[in-house]
Ligand binder design. Sequence first.
Ligand SMILES: C[S@@+](CC[C@H](N)C(=O)[O-])C[C@H]1O[C@@H](n2cnc3c(N)ncnc32)[C@H](O)[C@@H]1O
Length: 210
Amino acid sequence: MTISREEALERIYNPSGTADLRESYDAWAREYDTDMAARGYKLPGFVTALVARHVAMGDGPILDAGAGTGQLGEWLDMAGYRNLAANDLSEGMLRVAESRKVYGELKCEALGNRLDYPDGHFRAVASAGSFGVHHAPASAFEELVRITQPGGHLVITVRHIGMEEGNFPQEVDRLEQAGLWRTLETHGPFFAFRDEPDSLYMAWVFQKTG
Ligand SMILES: C[S@@+](CC[C@H](N)C(=O)[O-])C[C@H]1O[C@@H](n2cnc3c(N)ncnc32)[C@H](O)[C@@H]1O
């Protein structure tokens, strides 16, 4: 069953589960970029700035985790990064991402499950707007560390509302104390949308240890 864009938008921030979230993004995919531009969405540009500060130009794949329609991939490509891979829950969002022609590989798979990549595969992982209490879960962090090469970077944003409930700060600390990553930068809470004071986000840059 397909749902309307209006219904999808209502369900995005309070889905009844993963299948509902996937269906909502599938239904929103074609209008996502226009709607987000109208709201003044800033995260892909901000995440690109953090990547540019830490990740050298060069070879080796970079994962856009929860890539959606591929806005972050487009920014990274403009900044000169190549060998980009995309992952997302929603096939509909990934179809739009594919049309941008900046990703060499796109996979429809859920963050929070085991990902179909070998240990240390990516030299960096970047993610804009995909983690939050009703979106990609904190439990996915350790899997992203697994698929990052030692010394590689992870640039991650998390929606601020419900962050404690979603266990995000706790998981950041747990992985640091377990010696899996170290925090290089912390930002926020900051506005991710122009004129939307309720849409606050946090951002971190981590380096995988070892
Ligand atoms: C607000 S959009 C952000 C998309 C894109 N990164 C951007 O900045 O425009 C959130 C994206 O996260 C994806 N998502 C939510 N939960 C996910 C999960 N568990 N695994 C993978 N993707 C997920 C959604 O399908 C959606 O494409």
